[in-house]
Design a protein around this ligand. Structure first.
Ligand SMILES: C[S@@+](CC[C@H](N)C(=O)[O-])C[C@H]1O[C@@H](n2cnc3c(N)ncnc32)[C@H](O)[C@@H]1O
Length: 266
């Protein structure tokens, strides 16, 4: 399945910022507690974006792990390299398209991670096969992504606001099924972990900021719902009206992120 998806850095960084500002739980703590990356490890993060996970592991291991971040967005790699310099880290950020062969020798990495990214792969057997090749025997793969019940309130508001069908999201529609099953077939041992984060918005504006950073035309995930800028603004206006109605009724807006973490061993 070919998936046409791009991630502008502004939208990605806005969503990360909103998760941190309004969330009740911290996904970074969950990730570190689950994986406990160690100094001396060789780590690859696939679809690293602006480097969130790479910097997290670098900090956790006090700079002691060898970390490589790969992404196909030169814009996001640029942001990651900028931060690398700013914080004086030595992470190797390089071009990687997870729909193409990974440019690393077999049995190289102790840990291969991918947060909210690799599930956009066109051919899951191929991509997770590549991750398996580059991991050492006993090495671990960790893939996080949305579970089907993720952000129910966000989709319910959009459904109420429009008479349009919500486009299928490549992450949540495939994560627990196809993606878990593919990894389980290729790897020796596979576990599914769960993380919940309740985002409480004390007003409508930051929720709409989140909506804009999700539905943006450049991400190409929601374009079946609007055609051009005017229709996009009209759609946002309708969503805002329904969000306001919910807010007036409940006194707050609560959106729960429900994230799965697939942890597999080679
Ligand atoms: C939602 S972002 C997550 C970024 C990062 N892992 C994080 O947690 O902040 C998804 C990432 O997948 C990357 N991506 C999408 N398709 C890709 C592909 N074919 N090869 C490599 N990266 C890809 C995007 O450029 C983007 O950085």
């Amino acid at each position: 399945m070919q998936i046409n998806y791009q991630e502008p850095s502004k939208d990605l960084l806005t969503r990360i910022d909103i998760h941190e500002k309004y969330g009740s739980a911290n996904i970074d703590v969950w990730t570190n507690e689950l994986l406990k990356p160690q100094a001396g490890m060789n780590i690859l993060d696939v679809g690293c974006g602006a480097g969130k996970l790479c910097f997290l592991f670098n900090e956790y291991t006090h700079g002691g792990a060898k970390i490589t971040g790969g992404d196909f967005s030169e814009e996001l790699l640029g942001k990651a390299r900028e931060k690398n310099q700013q914080v004086g880290a030595d992470i190797d950020f390089q071009f990687l398209d997870f729909n193409k062969p990974f440019n690393f020798a077999d049995n190289t990495f102790d840990l291969c991670t991918s947060a909210f990214a690799i599930y956009y792969a066109s051919n899951l057997d191929f991509t997770f096969g590549e991750a398996h090749h580059v991991l050492k025997p006993g090495g671990r793969l960790f893939v996080s992504g949305p579970l089907p019940e993720n952000k129910q309130m966000f989709y319910d508001i959009i459904k109420e606001a429009t008479d349009k069908t919500i486009p299928p999201m490549p992450g949540s529609s495939r994560f627990k099924g196809d993606i878990f099953n593919t990894i389980d077939r290729i790897f020796a041992k596979t576990e599914l972990h769960k993380f919940e984060n309740h985002l409480t918005f004390p007003e409508v504006a930051p929720f709409i900021e989140y909506v804009r950073a999700s539905l943006g035309e450049d991400r190409k995930l929601w374009t079946s719902m609007f055609n051009g800028k005017d229709e996009y603004e009209a759609l946002i206006g309708k969503i805002q009206a329904v969000a306001q109605k919910w807010f007036d009724r409940d006194g707050k807006l609560v959106m729960t992120k429900v994230v799965g973490g697939i942890l597999a061993t080679k």
